[in-house]
Design a protein around this ligand. Structure first.
Ligand code: P1T
Length: 385
């Protein structure tokens, strides 16, 4: 139901991948809170379900739903965004080379450089918003390119269609972390990416009560490899968490419209106070990739960063807001504020942070879906404090 591509985004968000429970008519898919399934005969599991690391109907409903929203055919869910990103790289082997956007989430950089590099994969970071730099970073043994757009936390935008062309010409695979945008704002598979990854902890779930991750692809081989890794390594979400994300997704389109509108207002407010050159938001006409963002995205999301100029000012600001809570994470209905250099990007070396603009004065806002006048008033009082 609602899987049909003739349905629009909001209808798919509510219906795709789900159907009323066959035995009761329950409109919501049940939470199949079970670890295993009884086999009536040896080697003949009823309905194909054997063991819940491998198959779970609640998780499958989530996977079908997100696949439909991302215009893909396969969804493979994981226990966290990091577990999903790790699984994708683990399709590769020692000796393979991976190119990644330098301004990714700090945890992604940490996983690549401090864990997977030790196991024999090679990683090169690059400013992927420059297509020539991306092309130059690719080597004969490059198998994978990992891009994030807009980036965390500098909101830099990479041209996905151009990147897909470069990566495909090199015979490598392009995966795009679409966490900041969500499929409501941007669908990388439609622009030529092989796969999309999400921290479903963020906008997909939207209510700050779950850690989760998911990959979507239309490539049957990639999907089979990920399905195998999901089973072999086992970083799966529990059925209740899968169900919570599924419930959150039903309002993704409604929440996201509000996040987009509120994000724009907060960015404009901060641009007035700090000057537009200090505010990082693709919806501002002064953003270096504003025109590209207008082509590639529908709405500019709820993430806004501002360079306050010093650690002292940043630290005062993040502790003076009342509606914006000081916390890691993003994408929930409630507004959050964070300090990337000390919080989300602490694992990134200082000289790399400085090069990207992740300075000690940088403050990042996850603009929630509250009434924007209250959010602006909160920022006003925090800036006066
Ligand atoms: O936290 P987890 O669900 O494992 O997702 C990791 C992750 C992946 N990709 C992006 C773009 C992310 O922003 C994150 C997590 N980010 C934060 C916790 C944060 O506050 O930025």
């Amino acid at each position: 139901m609602g899987n049909d591509s003739k349905h629009r985004f909001g209808t798919r968000a509510i219906h795709a991948g789900q159907h009323p429970d066959a035995s009761t008519g329950a409109i919501m898919p049940p939470i199949y809170q079970t670890s295993t399934y009884v086999q009536p005969k040896l080697g003949e599991p009823l309905h194909g379900y054997e063991y819940a690391r491998v198959q779970n109907p609640t998780r499958e409903a989530l996977e079908r739903n997100v696949a439909a929203l991302e215009s893909g055919t396969h969804g493979i869910a994981f226990a966290s965004g990091m577990a999903a990103i790790e699984a994708f790289v683990k399709r590769r082997s020692a000796g393979d080379h991976v190119v990644y956007e330098e301004n990714v989430y700090g945890g992604t950089h940490r996983l690549f450089v401090m864990v997977l590099q030790r196991l024999g994969l090679a990683f090169t970071s690059v400013d992927s918003s420059d297509p020539d730099a991306l092309r130059a970073a690719i080597r004969p043994n490059t198998r994978l390119v990992h891009i994030e757009t807009p980036t965390n936390p500098m909101m830099k935008v990479t041209d996905l269609a151009a990147s897909a062309e470069i990566v495909r010409a090199a015979g490598a695979t392009l995966i795009v972390d679409n966490t900041f945008a969500s499929p409501f704002n941007q669908r990388p598979l439609e622009l030529g990416a092989h796969a999309v990854v999400h921290s479903s902890t963020k906008y997909l779930n939207g209510h700050s009560d779950v850690i989760g991750g998911i990959i979507v692809t239309s490539d049957d081989t990639i999907a089979a490899e990920l399905r195998f890794l999901q089973k072999a390594a086992g970083a799966v979400p529990g059925p209740f968490d899968a169900w919570l994300v599924l419930r959150g997704l039903k309002t993704l389109h409604v929440r996201k419209e509000r996040h987009n509108a509120n994000g724009q207002r907060v960015a404009e407010f901060l641009a007035e106070r700090f000057g537009p050159e200090r505010v990082f938001y693709p919806g501002l006409p002064t953003h270096p990739q504003h025109q590209l963002a207008r082509r590639q995205m529908r709405g500019f999301t709820g993430m806004v960063s501002v360079d306050t100029g010093s650690l002292q000012r940043a630290s005062r600001l993040v502790q003076a807001t009342r509606l914006f809570s000081l916390a890691e994470s993003l994408g929930g209905v409630e507004s959050l504020v964070g300090h990337p250099a000390i919080m989300t990007h602490a694992a990134v070396p200082k000289e790399m942070r400085d090069r990207m603009g992740v300075t000690e004065g940088l403050v990042r806002f996850s603009v929630g879906s509250e009434d924007v006048e209250d959010l602006l008033a909160d920022l006003e009082q925090a800036l006066e404090a």
